[in-house]
Design a binder for this molecule. Structure first.
Ligand code: ATP
Ligand code: MG
Length: 597
């Protein structure tokens, strides 16, 4: 970035005092208010000069980290022919999120939501020998997804910037190596953007393949739910293995039912009008975790399966699909036709041929409180092996805070996050369907083993603001701030304050800082509030009173700390700061250690 001084009077930065009505989270509001972005249409934004400077810095960080892995930058078209998508099968699979269009010759195209097809066709036939592998190519480019609910500004938009990389390999080991290197680079990108983040195990969703990690910027406004543990384990709740610790049935208030129970026998109790787990648990005076919840579905062949999970957990349908191929929940009508009673399903007395699958955590529960397959009745003390058979145990639950960590057993902690990036091991999904092969050592054609890796560049920008702001505005981390230092002369029309401010700005720019000077003829209050709103990391206030004592005031945006510094030593301190020298006076050290930390 050039070191010309930016002049606020010449900057196009229409900041807003009021919170825009349709922006409901901090980053969205502040990016609009601080004149970083403007909305063009739902989920479509323009970057204004300051926002664009930030964007370019994030792109540059991403580029440096990619280049450091040996990946090579290219640029593919956003406009992609439908033929490629027919080859991979995704023209039909992708659904309405894919922006489709037709050219004047009636040929179908789409605006790329991601570029697996294009890159696979690019290397097909030209990347021929195992000797050339591995190869990783990347681009930083605009992507299009017709999101059903664009929201939160840049976090979920319809046009956004992604860095996408694709790697080609001749072995799983080689893929793993690149995948690991990319994961390190992704962590570095988050660190350099000053994000608090966690890598989490995830489901691979639309793209295909199995091994994948998402990089989550922690934020309460994030759409993703995750759990993590002190031991370092973390997971998206959709994908995380659940080691739910159900409380083993101990005592129930059977008296409420007017019945008694001697030993461990199976007892049918009347539970009229109780349909939910909570109602049942309350009636029996036990926690929901001591009950067992049942869900019915059918597999790909139409065979009915009843799945059991601890009463305080929800079935994870993605896991259910993993346990039962083609699993689909039964509709109410299907349940009735098959002879199942919604609200009182259980493993004892199911119609013949029904397959019973239970969450692995229930192996520890010897007496189940569960439906009796009879409207208005439940069983207490239903015992696997004695009263019914479990055909398969599987990991079935949506994990939740408090569940045991699958690695170490400690209780998992819950958090919310913004998925800023993701790495995938694609395997041969695209190379096989699109016939992209290389010649191995023996001269035999083999499909490439592939990986793909995406960073949401614009989403990262928003996530940074989500984590770094206060009531007054954005607190840009130094590495990606639109400029490092804002020099604020309190008056502009005189021949003392303003020239001094210019002089300071010039000397700082010469030292390599990106400097902006607020040369507008505005009240001090306006300048201060704009400076805080925009979020320059360092403000240097030059006023008449201070100058009379040869001083300026320096403010760190992130902490709000203010220091009086002598004008004479300022350039010197700054110059020492650039050299990262730390043997200076107190104020200087704190300011600049912070600045360069
Ligand atoms: P999400 O689950 O949030 O819809 P995704 O998993 O579909 O995202 P990927 O296909 O993994 O997204 O794309 C890589 C990255 O691109 C994401 O990690 C995210 O940072 C970014 N991204 C995806 N969709 C959007 C969007 N609608 N707006 C902004 N960034 C996005
Ligand atoms: Mg993703």
């Amino acid at each position: 970035m050039s070191n010309e001084i930016l002049r606020m009077s010449r900057l196009y930065m229409p900041t807003l005092r009021d919170v825009p009505a349709d922006a409901d989270i901090a980053s969205h509001q502040l990016l609009l208010r601080a004149a970083m972005i403007r909305k063009t249409a739902s989920g479509i934004y323009t970057f204004l000069p300051l926002g664009f400077r930030v964007l370019r810095k994030i792109e540059q960080i991403v580029r440096e980290e990619m280049d450091a892995t040996g990946a090579l930058e290219i640029m593919m078209p956003a406009l992609q022919p439908a033929d490629l998508w027919h080859e991979s099968g995704r023209w039909d699979d992708y659904g309405p999120e894919l922006m489709r269009l037709t050219d004047r010759h009636a040929h179908d195209f789409c605006l790329g939501p991601t570029h697996e097809e294009l890159i696979t066709s690019l290397v097909k036939g030209e990347l021929r020998s195992y000797k050339q592998l591995p190869v990783t190519l990347y681009q930083i480019q605009v992507k299009f997804r017709d999101e059903i609910r664009p929201r939160f500004g840049l976090l979920r938009s319809r046009e956004f910037i992604m860095k996408d990389a694709y790697s080609f390999h001749d072995s799983q080991e080689s893929l793993q190596e690149t995948y690991d290197a990319m994961s390190v680079a992704y962590g570095n990108i988050c660190d350099r953007c000053a994000l608090a983040w966690r890598p989490v195990e995830a489901d691979s969703g639309q793209i295909g393949g199995k091994v994948t990690t998402e990089f989550m910027a922690l934020a309460d406004s994030g759409e993703a739910e995750l759990v993590y543990c002190e031991c370092g384990y973390s997971a998206n709740t959709e994908a995380g293995a659940c080691v739910a610790a159900p409380t083993v049935y101990a005592e129930t208030n059977i008296e409420a039912t007017g019945q008694t129970r001697e030993g461990g026998e199976l007892l049918k109790i009347a539970t009229p009008g109780l349909h939910t787990i909570d109602e049942l648990a309350e009636f029996l005076g036990i926690p929901a975790s001591s009950t067992v919840k049942a869900l019915s579905g059918k597999d790909a062949d139409g065979v009915v399966h009843v799945l059991f999970v601890p009463g305080d957990h929800e079935l994870n349908e993605i896991k259910a699909l993993g346990a039962v191929a083609g699993f689909e929940l039964l509709t109410d009508d299907e349940m009735r036709d098959y002879g199942l009673h919604k609200g009182s399903m259980g493993p004892v007395g199911l119609p013949a041929g029904t397959v019973v699958v239970a969450d692995s955590s229930l192996q520890a529960v010897s007496e189940w409180v569960v439906g009796a397959n009879e409207e208005g009745f439940h069983y207490v003390g239903a015992t696997p092996g004695r009263d019914f058979t479990v055909d398969a145990w599987a990991d079935l639950c949506i994990v939740k805070p408090g569940d045991g960590c699958p690695e170490c057993g400690r209780a998992l902690v819950g958090a919310r996050g913004i998925e800023v990036s993701q790495v995938f091991q694609l395997g041969m999904k695209y190379s096989e369907s699109m016939g992209a092969t290389y010649l191995d050592k023996n001269g035999k054609e083999q499909p490439f083993i592939m990986g793909c890796y995406g960073v949401g560049v614009t989403r990262t920008l928003s996530a940074v603001v989500e984590q770094h702001h206060d009531e007054a505005g954005i607190q840009w981390p130094l590495a990606i701030a639109p400029a490092h230092i804002c020099v604020i002369p309190l008056t502009v029309g005189d021949d003392e304050v303003y020239p001094k401010a210019e002089e300071i700005a010039t000397s700082l720019a010469r030292l390599g800082f990106e400097v902006v000077i607020d040369d507008r003829d505005e009240r001090a209050g306006v300048k201060f509030s704009d400076a805080d709103l925009i979020g320059w990391p360092l403000q240097i206030v030059v006023g008449k009173r201070g100058l009379a004592e040869g001083k300026v005031e320096v403010k760190r945006r992130i902490t709000g700390e203010r220091y009086e510094l002598s004008v004479d030593v300022l350039p010197e301190i700054m110059s020492m700061a650039t050299a990262r020298m730390k043997s200076m006076g107190k104020g200087g050290i704190t300011v600049f250690e912070g600045l360069f930390s």
